[in-house]
Design a protein. Sequence first.
Length: 305
Amino acid sequence: MKPILALAALAACIPAAAQAATCGGHGTSETTFVTTQWLADHLKEKNLVILAVGTDQKEFEEGHIPGSVFFDYHDSHEMKSAAGLSTELPSMDVLAKNFAKYGVSNDSRVVLYYLKDWWSPTGRIYLTLDAMGLGPQTSVLNGSLPAWKGENRTLAKGAEKLPAPGKLQPCAQNDVIANLDYVKSNLHTPGVRIVDARDPKVYSGENERAGTSAGHIEGAANVYYNDMLDEKGVLKPVDQLRKAFTDAGIKPGDRVVTYCFIGQQASALYTVARYLGYDASLYDGSMDEWTKHPELPIENPHKKK
């Protein structure tokens, strides 16, 4: 399959000698998520970097996992790209600078967790690190801070000093971000499934968001990102996750291209797809970009009723 990403060009610009041996590839079912017990057992590891994802430093200071640092979610994406799109992946050099200031290096073992109800933004950070080539050594804490607190594990309070800056040279992975042309060209390609991560009522067109076309991209399947977790915010069992994908018509071996409104909810679904072993990518422009092209096909089942 031909490269589908703008990131491919970025990867080509990085000298091979500068790319760390640990950089590249993707996570597996063993690494994409870790348990609270795993993290508790590895808190003292030298290269461990624990990032608490959020936008409010005060939430972090009220109680966080010992040894973790507050990661400002805004450091993972462009608020508004040159094309007028929200939450787009910035350049590799910007990402390297932003993550290095939190102590992330090419040899770091990174664990992500969210402070409150931030499942989709945490998935976005996972996808970003995966795009940077750090996927194999990055994990999301299953259940995040609520699970840690629910088990009465030790919490730290107050601000934390950032560690020494890391030494980070990304090696961009050219199979993480799908662009508009790729999606347009593969709406009905066997073996490629475009998957809407949004609420089924949004997917069907019953619920609308101002500024976004109602309904979904023509031919897209629907797997709601929030249905990947149980009522406690813990990842559902693998058999239930697989069933959600197969019930949506996604077959083993299919390439899964997730999208949503702006690429945030779809990042959480991307993370689960990688966990299940799918060859996954994210259409970063999502409906934000698709809507800007009225000639592109939209299905709105609710409108037909």
